[in-house]
Design a protein. Structure first.
Length: 94
């Protein structure tokens, strides 16, 4: 295999506005993936995407809303043509 291992792959990362989700979004980008960063925290998403590159797509979506997952898939495939990797880091520890 030549080049980055995830080159031309599309990765959706939920919980990407901070913490582990942000770190994974950055790591996936570093391995060649095009990243779709998902979180309900729009300012955090913008910061995450600014740390990645201009191809990163921020999606401010609340996963608690019915149909959110369909919206994410539709917008991801619409922007990049596929969805290859899903990393689910959205969540809250009380």
């Amino acid at each position: 295999m030549t080049g980055p291992p995830l080159k031309h792959k599309v990765a959706v990362v939920t919980g990407a506005a901070s913490g582990i989700g942000r770190a994974l979004a950055r790591a996936l980008s570093a391995t060649g993936a095009r990243v779709v960063a998902v979180d309900r925290d729009r300012p955090g998403l913008e910061e995450t995407c600014s740390e990645i590159d201009e191809t990163a797509l921020p999606l401010a979506v609340d996963l608690l809303i019915n149909g959110a997952e369909e919206e994410i898939v539709k917008r991801t495939v619409g922007a990049f043509g596929s969805l290859d990797v899903l990393v689910n880091c959205a969540g809250v520890f009380p």
